[in-house]
Ligand binder design. Structure first.
Ligand code: AMP
Ligand code: MG
Length: 346
């Protein structure tokens, strides 16, 4: 939602007549776009079917809006100390979540759902004012990813029957990686995958140029296509989180859908947008949310510490302007990200 695809026509090179094919559809409550570079070819429909089938599989696992999804069944499983068997996709997303939860010391926490609902950004009614302190305290009681343990082949075990999972901050990134995997397995090398603004770019465009992604202007009044900054990407993922599209104003302050699990409240640290560049989009997506919670200093320190990961935070200044806070290796102006493209795909 916070990244803008810059998909102006790429001139096709004459001799091998490579061209760009576009596939688009809906998934995970948002839209997706896939761009493929290759010879003119007509089997786009069958490839699109494969992509849609895979995305539907992921929706059946991760959708919190479907009562029969794997995650909804897990959330209803109110038994402590007994394993709930999970699919390979569920396990993988849980594992990456656990890693980012650890890296961020709990800032990224997919058990935060009850607080998201309480603040009016999930199921249940929207809000115009904060909930009562007692309600926040009650919702916080069931939060903490350390209350769910991975029990080898058996699956996941709740240490507290009330704990639930919500992968909204990571599932789109995983969807991007899985579509990218499907394309690679089908022999594609030059492509771009985008779901709801989270992106993976592989190889190059038809004219040999790099894929260019715009970071949306972090302002609620901005039109979705307004670009703050452009990044050229190759064999890398880019994900962005922000507090300026989903929020309510109370006493002049923005209350957004990103919740700090330690306070039980929407983040209020001046970071309006966090963009993370990583070798895979699952990690980039989770880290972008984590960094929104950590704030500029801690967030940048975390991104600097992690190898092959870069980021750009946009911070609101006292005068209402924006200040860019990039990591040391974030591509300045338009540039190729410093990500080692020789690494095998995720
Ligand atoms: P994203 O746009 O990827 O940053 O995801 C935001 C969504 O993740 C929110 O709408 C919530 O459903 C959920 N969420 C909010 N706060 C957190 C958090 N601290 N950790 C994990 N997920 C969160
Ligand atoms: Mg995210």
């Amino acid at each position: 939602m916070f990244l803008v695809l810059l998909l102006g026509a790429a001139a096709t090179s004459g001799c091998d007549s490579r061209t760009e094919h576009v596939l688009a559809g809906r998934t995970m409550g948002t839209t997706y776009t896939v761009k493929l570079v290759g010879r003119p070819w007509s089997a786009t429909e069958s490839l699109k079917k494969k992509i849609d089938r895979r995305l539907e599989e992921l929706n059946r696992i991760f959708s919190p809006y479907r009562a029969d999804s794997e995650i909804s069944r897990f959330n209803r499983f109110a038994v402590a100390g007994e394993a709930f068997s999970v699919s390979a996709d569920f396990r993988r997303v849980f594992e990456v979540s656990l890693q980012v939860y650890g890296w961020s010391r709990g800032a990224f926490d997919p058990t935060v759902g009850p607080l998201v609902d309480l603040w009016g950004f999930g199921r249940g009614p929207a809000r115009r004012a904060p909930p009562a302190e007692e309600e926040i305290a009650a919702a916080r009681a069931a939060i903490g990813l350390s209350r769910i343990a991975l029990r080898g082949e058996q699956g996941l075990m709740k240490e507290d029957p009330g704990v639930t999972l919500d992968f909204s901050a990571i599932a789109k990134g995983y969807g991007v990686d899985e579509v990218a995997r499907l394309l690679r397995e089908a022999g594609w090398r030059d492509f771009l995958v985008e779901i709801g603004g989270e992106v993976y770019a592989s190889g190059r465009r038809a004219d040999g140029s790099l894929w260019r992604i715009g970071i949306a202007r972090p302002e609620s009044r901005a039109r979705p296509e307004e670009v703050h900054r452009v990044v050229a990407l190759r064999d890398a993922a880019l994900a962005t989180s922000g507090d300026y599209r989903q929020f309510f104003l109370f006493e002049g302050r923005r209350h957004s859908h990103i919740i700090d699990p330690t306070t039980g409240r929407p983040v209020a640290n001046g970071v309006v947008s966090a963009t993370v560049l990583a070798p895979d989009c699952t990690t980039a997506d989770a880290l972008a949310t984590a960094v929104m919670v950590l704030g500029a200093e801690e967030g940048l320190a975390l991104l600097e510490r992690l190898e092959r990961i870069e980021g750009l935070l946009v911070v609101e200044t006292d005068t209402g302007g924006f200040l860019d806070r990039p990591t040391s290796g974030f591509p300045q102006a338009e540039g190729v990200p410093l990500i080692d493209s020789k690494r095998p795909p995720p």
